[in-house]
Design a protein. Structure first.
Length: 115
């Protein structure tokens, strides 16, 4: 059974940085698009960033220039480097692996940015 597990969340001051990791197991995800989404309290889950199998990257406008998504297929792991964090980045961050209708979600990791 495929599983995704996020790590690296925590509490950081505004302007600080965090690096999230998403470790996949139970399968090979080199052909999947790997993405990050986030959900703040009382809000819907929103797209943050994605990277496809060939390394093309996509970002939400709100994080462009501050966040960088990457992947290491040998380690079945995706990363989200988050710099210049703002209080509005506070949310639970979820990892997603998607290929067509086949998709998986991690349980999420909390990121809290204090002002």
């Amino acid at each position: 059974q495929a599983q995704l597990v996020e790590s690296g969340g925590g509490l950081v001051q505004a302007g600080g940085s965090l690096r999230l990791s998403c470790a996949a197991s139970g399968g090979t995800f080199s052909t999947y698009t790997l993405g990050w989404f986030r959900q703040a309290p009382g809000k819907e889950r929103d797209f943050v960033a994605a990277i496809n199998w060939s390394g093309n990257t996509y970002y939400a406008d709100s994080v462009k220039g501050r966040f960088t998504i990457s992947r290491d297929n040998a380690k079945n792991t995706a990363y989200l480097q988050m710099n210049s964090l703002k209080p509005e980045d506070t949310a639970v961050y979820y990892c997603n692996a998607q290929m067509g209708v086949d998709g998986y979600w991690g349980p999420g990791t909390q990121v809290t940015v204090s002002s």
